[in-house]
Design a protein around this ligand. Sequence first.
Ligand SMILES: *Cc1c(COP(=O)(O)O)cnc(C)c1O
Length: 392
Amino acid sequence: MKKFNGFFGCFGGSFVPEKLQVEMDKIEKAYFELKDNKKFISQINYIRKTYQGRETPLTFAQNLSDKIGGAKIYLKREDLNHTGAHKLNHAIAEALLAKYMGKKKIIAETGAGQHGVAMATAAAYLGLECEVHMGAIDIEKQRPNVLRMKLLGAKIVSVETGQKSLKEAVDSAFESYLNDTGNSLYCIGSVLGPHPYPSMVRDFQSVIGMEARKQMLEDVGCLPNHVVACVGGGSNAMGIFSGFVNDDKVNLYGVEPLGKGNKIGQHAASINFGKKAVMQGFRSLVVLDENDNPAPVHSIASGLDYPSVGPEHAYLNEIGRVKYTLIDDKECLNAFYTLSKTEGIIPALESAHAVAYAMKLAKICEKDEIILVNLSGRGDKDIEFVAEKYGV
Ligand SMILES: *Cc1c(COP(=O)(O)O)cnc(C)c1O
């Protein structure tokens, strides 16, 4: 079989300076050796079970389903992972990879701070140093997560260039990594970046889809008709989709943030509005401004506002296997309130995008159809922002 070269159709690959490519090759080699290593797998499984809280439950949202009066909605409860979201799935695995590679330190970027918190947690647990690069503006906006990372022993590097946000944080983290490749591993926060990260992070997240498929068959007795997940970089979506992508009858939906509208600067919907371009070391669809530079993006959910998307999603869109839909800030908020009141589950604003689309879809489905939603995280991090801006 021909060795996978990191391309999903024309998307993906590795477009980095030669010195960094040498390191990407080493990471690829280490990962492909380890991914089938029994000790590595059993160690990850042990940590997932005894520390992270896996497997996560599958919850039938009966009240919500009754209220809408269409399809039955089920929730895969990634909000119940330690630290409150799916990100620990890849954070633990990336940190373990660093250990197997003999590294002492993890370098990561973070936007809203969720990936930073997950990495800092994994580093603390596995006895590694952790350095998190974060835009100065995000540091100001995301104080609780900054405090969390500090408590967990991470060093925060404030990034003062450009928009002082996620994109600059990625550049800064890569630069720091380049200066310390012997000692450290760069751990990316989604199915993004140069090969091997998109397929590696997908594999680490595929535990969601594997569990969900088994739970559907064993506890519900059939596969879902529809699977819905929100798409920022696309890791939680790839995680759940990977369990169902070979089941032709299961419809897959990725939900992108429409934000305040369809004009540049109002949304972060890279697949719906993006163009083919290379950014930060890989080719994908990128939201560009009139000068073909990555455009400013917006979503009420800060975990979704990145101007590009994982290359495998761009490919799944192109071949028509996944439908990429849109949910705006208002619809997201409505779902945030509705799920809280009907089910006693406060979803992350990111996850509320998936819930919002499931609510729309349920309405036009038959009563015996099943929609499975990946509830990627809990909304505790969002309640102050929502309460202050929109009330409770
Ligand atoms: C970070 C985050 C996301 C977006 O990241 P993906 O890589 O697209 O999954 C979604 N939901 C939650 C709860 C997050 O923290």
